[in-house]
Design a protein around this ligand. Structure first.
Ligand SMILES: Cc1ncc(COP(=O)(O)O)c(C=O)c1O
Length: 380
């Protein structure tokens, strides 16, 4: 099938978080992580079919959706999971927050590596527990977990490690050896590992994603792996994700903390998720070609701009940019003035001057954003 990755859909009257921010301004939204592509036609067809049924009552996960998730985990990530180990959830952000409530007591702490997707930093505060952070290490342009710094950061009250892999915002896919060491670190310090793998099907390079599930046994099973079709297939607004919690006691503790607070997923979430996991892969493969090309375009453009620096993106559709070389106090506001809406790095736990650019859009839109950024840097 021929898929369209060149038309920018008009999202302005659709309540889009991404486009509403700049509703009455000529600012291209290149910030929040959803893409300006139509979802796979196979998914749209499944949703249309569900609409035509015409009854939208309370919904449990259909058996066929469980099966699709179990098959996906095995075929794409080599994880042998049984349906009972899966908890359906309306989002990964709620699951990060529920995990902090389920596994920590007041006075205890979460540990994570920065910079990182902002809800990793707010979940502990929302739960009324503490937070310890440790910077990722950057060595000759390659990001890594700094285990010495991690050992220094962990304390006797640290009970849970939040991992983002592939990593938002630096686009790193942590290799198996790093994952193994991290699992051993968590086991040694008796930490529950929460492994957010939402970007795991957006690996752009010839590197393998290693699911945290591979180390569940090493860890005495005290781990949760978080998945969703929302990034890969551009379905974030459908609110459907699934959490794999191999250990029964850990799973029950998580479910207890969510009871009565987290509402179930709606009928469209399941229909979209199942269609994506079963039928969306040819579309995803084409998407990866488009994203690779966009990633390279961003790298080339940013490299030509004085004061900006970036890193190679192995996965995701996000580029992390160091704009400290511009020497301006608020780089995000600066580029907004020139018509490009980027994510400010400060909420990611980065110093001022870092930015995140979302290149999940048609090439013409990306080219225009990069042209505006070039103008900003050269005209200032
Ligand atoms: C690492 C990571 N986790 C979670 C989310 C959001 O998950 P959800 O929309 O399921 O809450 C994002 C969105 O950008 C993300 O990058």
């Amino acid at each position: 099938m021929d898929y369209d990755f060149t038309t920018t859909p008009d999202r302005r009257a659709t309540g889009s978080v991404k486009w509403n921010r700049y509703a009455h301004r000529d600012v291209l939204p290149m910030w929040i992580a959803d893409m300006d592509f139509l979802s796979p036609p196979e998914v749209i067809a499944a949703l249309e079919q569900r609409v035509r049924h015409g009854v939208f009552g309370y919904t449990v996960p259909p058996e066929s959706t469980w099966e699709a998730a179990v098959t996906y985990l095995w075929e794409h990530h080599g994880a042998e999971v049984v349906a009972e180990q899966i908890v359906w959830f309306p989002g990964l952000v709620p699951s990060l927050n529920v995990a902090c409530r389920a596994f920590l007591q007041p006075g205890e702490e979460v540990l994570t590596c920065t910079p990182v997707y902002p809800p990793f930093l707010s979940a502990s505060e929302n739960a009324g527990v503490g937070l310890r952070t440790c910077n990722l290490r950057e060595n000759h342009g390659v990001w890594d977990i700094d285990f010495e710094a991690l050992e220094a950061a962990v304390g006797p009250k640290t009970k849970l490690f939040l991992l983002c892999n592939p990593h938002n915002p630096v686009g790193k896919v942590f290799p198996e050896a790093v994952m193994e060491r991290l699992a051993e670190f968590c086991r040694h310090h008796d930490l529950v590992l929460v492994s957010d793998e939402i970007h795991c099907d957006l690996v752009l390079d010839d590197v393998r994603h290693t699911s945290g599930l591979k180390f569940a046994d090493t860890m005495g099973m005290r781990m949760l792996a978080l998945f969703a079709p929302s990034k890969t297939f551009n379905l974030a607004g459908l609110g459907c994700s699934f959490i794999v919690i191999p250990d029964e006691a850990t799973r029950h503790a998580f479910q207890r903390a969510a009871r009565g607070i987290i509402s179930p997923i709606n009928a469209f979430g399941y229909a979209g998720c199942e269609a994506a996991l079963r039928l969306g892969w040819p579309w995803r493969d084409r998407l990866l070609d488009v994203l690779r090309s966009n990633r390279n375009r961003v790298a080339e453009a940013v490299a030509s701009l004085p004061g900006l620096r970036t890193w190679h993106v192995e996965a995701t559709y996000l580029t992390w940019i160091d704009a400290t070389g511009l020497g301006i106090p608020n780089a995000a506001a600066f580029f907004e003035e020139y018509g490009v809406g980027l994510s400010d790095g400060v909420p990611f736990g980065a110093p001022s001057g870092f930015l995140r650019l979302n290149f999940g859009c048609p090439r013409a839109q990306l080219d225009e954003a990069l042209r505006r950024m070039e103008k900003a840097v050269t005209c200032r």
